[in-house]
Ligand binder design. Structure first.
Ligand code: SF4
Length: 220
């Protein structure tokens, strides 16, 4: 597909996914920007369901950036243990609290630069937080689902999340950046699984280069 064909393909795919999934998610639960940053950081290599079980209690105890800055490493590790990579995540949450207190008056910044200054915050997390908490769609968040679905769909073969994000951002309008992330995650969980994608049940099968239907159609 050339760039114009990809743009049309992406547009049609998003139209169909919106129709197929009236509700996307579940995603990490949050009620303020701090909770969103923490929940998204904890979701690395972990399911959103598990994160939500952990944060249900965590958010009762840690309500401000100062709470994370002053947290005891060992105690915090135990509290987030089941999300995996708990040592590093606990270290990052404490570091994040510290940077928020020292540089941002305890508030989560609403800029990409500010968010990337927080330990453990990747481009993916920053784009999600900017879009959801501040209504600013500045980049396409590429998580593991997006990273494996996009090559199947023929939109990008980039080998890094950053490069893929940059390529995707040229294929559709900014207003759709967050939707694209959420619909691909939902579709990846429901139909386009890593090992056995259910192409026969997929609403994208005739426009997805990864499906037999598409290959057959284009061989004729
Ligand atoms: S057609 Fe198959 S490979 Fe393509 S998005 Fe659907 S399930 Fe995934």
């Amino acid at each position: 597909m050339d760039i114009e064909e990809k743009k049309q393909n992406v547009k049609e795919a998003l139209r169909r996914l919106r129709k197929a999934y009236p509700v996307t998610g579940p995603f990490v639960a949050w009620s303020n920007p701090l909770e969103l940053v923490v929940g998204t950081a904890l979701s690395a290599q972990c399911t959103d369901e598990r994160v939500n079980m952990v944060t249900k209690e965590l958010f009762k105890k840690y309500q401000t950036a100062r709470d994370y800055a002053d947290a005891d490493q060992g105690v915090l590790e135990k509290e987030i243990y089941s999300t995996g990579f708990y040592r590093n995540k606990a270290k990052n949450l404490r570091g994040m609290g510290k940077v928020l207190v020292e540089r941002f008056g305890g508030k989560v910044p609403d800029t990409l630069e500010g968010l990337l200054a927080l330990p453990g915050v990747s481009n993916k997390t920053a784009y999600i937080v900017l879009a959801k908490a501040f209504g600013r769609q500045e980049g396409v968040a590429v998580d593991t689902h997006v990273f494996r679905l996009v090559p199947r769909l023929g939109w990008s073969d980039a080998k890094t999340a950053e490069k893929m994000s940059a390529e995707l951002s040229r294929l559709f309008p900014k207003k759709d950046y967050l939707d694209m992330n959420e619909y691909l995650i939902t579709h990846g969980r429901a139909i386009c699984s890593p090992r056995n994608p259910k192409c026969g049940d997929c609403v994208l099968s005739d426009i997805c280069p990864g499906s037999e239907k598409f290959k057959a159609k284009n061989e004729k």
